[in-house]
Design a protein around this ligand. Structure first.
Ligand code: GLC
Ligand code: CA
Length: 569
C-alpha cells in the first residue's frame, strides 16, 4: 500500500505557522523547529502552501520564479533541510504547484509586456486584442474568480493602451497558455527540480483550470461574477494530457513514486473521475464534504458520493473539511445552517458566508466532524489551526485585510484572511509565541482572544481540542484498519449517522437532543468528542460523536447494516 492511501496530511500555511527570525512572517526555519510538535500530533505528511519567490499579491499563488524559495520564507537549501528533517521524523512533504498562472513579475510576463503585440513572448500567455472600435472592451465576457473582468488591458511599449491579457484570478496572476509547448516543458523542469530535492509530491492548484477553450468565446450563461460556472474556462479535455505527462515524471522516481493531489472544482463528483487513476492524479480533494451543512443526510450523501467515486477510480478518497480558502469549521458549523443545495458556482462562496455564529455550538460540531472525517476510509487533509479549534477571525481591522478577494470586491466579501491569522503557540508570549520575543507584529493581527486557543495551554488539558485530535490521530489507524470498508448501520433516529469499519464504530449525533445508542454490553467507548460530564455509555449527546469497539461485531447490537449496504457487499 502506498504511504498516502490512509495518510493524514497536515496543511501548513507557512506564512502563519511559525516565524523564526522575528519579521512577523512564518518561514521554513520556524516550521522546522515545530516539526516535532507535528510528529507528536500524529500526522503523516505536510502540504506547504506555495513558498516560491513571489510578490505575495495572492500570498504565494503568484509565483515569479518557480526555482527559488521566497526570501521571506528561506532558501532552497533550507527547503532541502526541512524535507530531510521531516523524513527523519517519518513525515512526507508536499509542495503546492501553481501552473495555471504565474505572477506579473515573472520574467516571461515582463518580457511579454515589453516585446509587444504579435511577439513570440506573448504566446506563452493569453493576450488578445480588445473588442469595440478602439479595442477598449475586453475580448470576452469572462469573469475573474476574485470578482470583476478576467481581462486587463496593458500599456504597450509605445505608451498607448493596447492588448488585453487573461487572468482567471487577480490581475497580478496572468494565466499561461497551456497550448504552448514551452509552458509544458517549463513545468516538467519545475517538477524535476523539486522532486530531485526530496519533495514527495504536489498539491495542484486549480488543476481543472490550466487549459481554456481554444475559441475564448463569450460564455452564454448568466454571469454571476464568480467565473465558477463558466465551463469554457475550466475542465477542458486537453488538461488531462498535462497530468498524464506529470504522472510519467512522478512515476519515474519508482520505487518511491511521487504523489499528486488535485484541487478540482467540477460540477459533479462523477466528473472528478476523469482526472484520477493510474495514468493521471492519485487523488482529488473531496470538497463535496466540505461544502455540506451540519446535517446527517447531507453528510452521509456526500460520503457515499466520495466512496462511489473512489470505487469507480480505484483511488482512495481525499477528504477535507477546511483549508486556507474557506471559513474555519468552528465558525461555519456555529452559523445557521443553509440546507438549500449548493450550486457549483457558489460552492466555495458558501463556505465563506458572513453571519453570526454560536461558537460554543460550533466547537462541539467541529470536534464531532473531525471524528467523522478521521474515521472515514482514505486520506484526510487537516488545515493548520483546526486542531486548536480556532474560530474564523471575522473582526480583523479593515485596513489589515490583504486578500485580493476583499480588495477586488471593494470589501463586500470578507475573503480569506480570517482563516490565515498566525497561529497562537503560547498564551503568555508576545504574538502568542508565533514570533520570537521583540519581533515585528505578525503580518495579520492576532485578536486578543487568540490566546485562549494557545497550543501550550491545550497541550496539558485532556479536554482540549488539541488533546482530542492527538488521541484521534494516534488511535485512528489501529481502530479503523485501512482495508476495512465502511458499512452504514441503520438506527431509528434520523439525526444519527452510524457506521462500522471492522469491529470499530463511529457514531455522530447531528441532532439537538441526546440520542440513545443501541449497544450491547461488550461495546467499549474509546473516544468521545464531548467531555466534562459523566455520560452513560449508551448516550450520545447532541452535536457530538463517539468511536467505540465491539468484540462481537455491530450486528450484535440493535444496529444492522442498512439494506443498500447489505446488498452492495
Ligand atoms: C486556489 C488556491 C487559492 C488561490 C487560487 C489562485 O484556489 O487555493 O488560495 O488564491 O487558487 O491561485
Ligand atoms: Ca520570518
Amino acid at each position: 500500500m502506498e504511504w498516502w492511501n490512509d495518510a493524514v496530511v497536515y496543511q501548513v500555511y507557512l506564512r502563519s505557522f511559525a516565524d523564526s527570525n522575528g519579521d512577523g512572517i512564518g518561514d521554513l526555519a520556524g516550521l522546522r523547529t515545530r516539526l516535532g510538535d507535528l510528529a507528536a500530533l500524529g500526522v503523516d505528511a505536510l502540504w506547504l502552501n506555495p513558498c516560491f519567490a513571489s510578490p505575495q499579491r495572492d500570498h504565494g499563488y503568484d509565483i515569479s520564479d518557480y526555482f527559488s524559495i521566497d526570501p521571506d520564507y528561506g532558501t532552497v537549501d533550507e527547503l532541502e533541510t526541512l524535507v530531510e528533517s521531516a523524513h527523519e521524523l517519518g513525515l512526507r512533504v508536499l509542495l503546492d504547484m501553481v501552473a495555471n498562472h504565474c505572477s506579473d513579475q515573472h520574467e516571461w510576463f515582463r518580457e511579454a509586456i515589453t516585446a509587444g503585440a504579435g511577439s513570440a513572448a506573448r504566446e506563452r500567455f493569453l493576450f488578445r486584442d480588445g473588442r469595440g472600435a478602439h479595442g477598449e472592451l475586453p475580448p470576452n465576457n469572462w469573469q475573474s474568480v476574485f470578482g470583476g473582468p478576467a481581462w486587463t488591458r496593458v500599456v504597450e511599449p509605445d505608451g498607448r493602451l493596447g492588448q488585453w491579457y487573461f487572468h482567471a484570478f487577480d490581475a497580478s496572476q496572468p494565466d499561461f497558455d497551456w497550448r504552448h509547448p514551452e509552458v509544458a516543458d517549463h513545468f516538467d523542469r519545475v517538477l524535476r527540480f523539486w522532486f530531485d530535492r526530496g519533495v514527495d509530491g504536489f498539491r495542484i492548484d486549480v488543476a481543472h483550470g490550466l487549459v481554456k477553450s481554444a475559441e475564448l468565446a463569450d460564455w452564454p450563461g448568466a454571469d454571476d461574477g464568480t467565473g465558477g460556472h463558466n465551463y469554457d474556462m475550466w475542465d477542458q479535455p486537453e488538461v488531462h494530457e498535462v497530468y498524464r505527462r506529470w504522472r510519467r515524471i512522478g512515476d519515474g522516481y519508482a520505487p518511491d513514486p511521487k504523489y499528486f493531489v488535485g484541487e478540482i472544482w467540477v460540477p459533479s463528483v462523477e466528473s472528478l473521475a476523469d482526472y484520477l487513476g493510474p495514468e493521471q492524479l492519485h487523488q482529488a480533494f473531496g470538497f463535496d464534504l466540505l461544502v455540506q451543512p451540519w446535517n446527517a443526510d447531507r453528510m452521509r450523501a456526500a460520503v457515499d458520493r466520495g466512496l462511489g467515486q473512489s470505487a469507480r477510480t480505484a483511488t482512495p478518497p481525499a477528504w477535507t473539511l477546511a483549508n486556507h480558502d474557506v471559513h474555519r469549521t468552528v465558525t461555519r458549523y456555529g452559523q445557521a445552517q443553509d440546507l438549500s443545495a449548493p450550486v457549483p458556482s457558489d460552492m466555495i462562496a458558501a463556505a465563506r458566508r458572513h453571519g453570526p455564529a454560536d461558537l460554543e455550538l460550533g466547537v462541539r460540531r467541529a470536534r464531532a466532524a473531525a471524528m467523522l472525517l478521521l474515521a472515514l476510509p482514505g486520506t484526510s487533509y487537516l488545515y493548520q489551526g483546526e486542531e486548536l479549534g480556532l474560530p474564523e477571525v471575522v473582526d480583523l481591522p479593515r485596513d489589515a485585510r490583504q486578500d485580493p478577494i476583499w480588495v477586488r470586491s471593494g470589501g463586500a466579501e470578507l475573503g480569506r484572511d480570517g482563516c490565515r491569522v498566525p497561529l497562537p503557540w503560547s498564551a503568555d508570549a508576545a504574538s502568542f509565541g508565533f514570533s520570537p520575543a521583540g519581533a515585528a507584529l505578525p503580518w495579520l493581527p492576532q485578536p486578543a482572544w487568540f490566546g485562549d486557543f494557545a497550543a501550550d495551554t491545550q497541550q496539558h488539558d485532556p479536554s482540549s481540542t488539541l488533546s482530542l485530535y492527538r488521541e484521534l490521530l494516534h488511535s485512528r489507524r489501529a481502530l479503523f484498519a485501512p482495508s476495512e470498508p465502511l458499512l452504514w448501520l441503520a438506527s431509528d433516529n434520523p439525526e444519527l449517522l452510524v457506521f462500522a469499519r471492522g469491529s470499530a464504530i463511529c457514531a455522530v449525533n447531528f441532532g439537538e437532543r441526546d440520542a440513545a445508542l443501541p449497544l450491547a454490553d461488550d461495546a467499549r467507548v474509546l473516544v468521545r468528542s464531548t467531555s466534562g460530564r459523566d455520560i452513560p455509555g449508551t448516550t450520545l449527546p447532541a452535536n457530538s460523536a463517539v468511536w467505540l469497539t465491539t468484540a462481537t461485531g455491530p450486528e450484535h447490537h440493535g444496529l444492522r447494516p442498512t439494506t443498500e449496504d447489505a446488498l452492495a457487499r
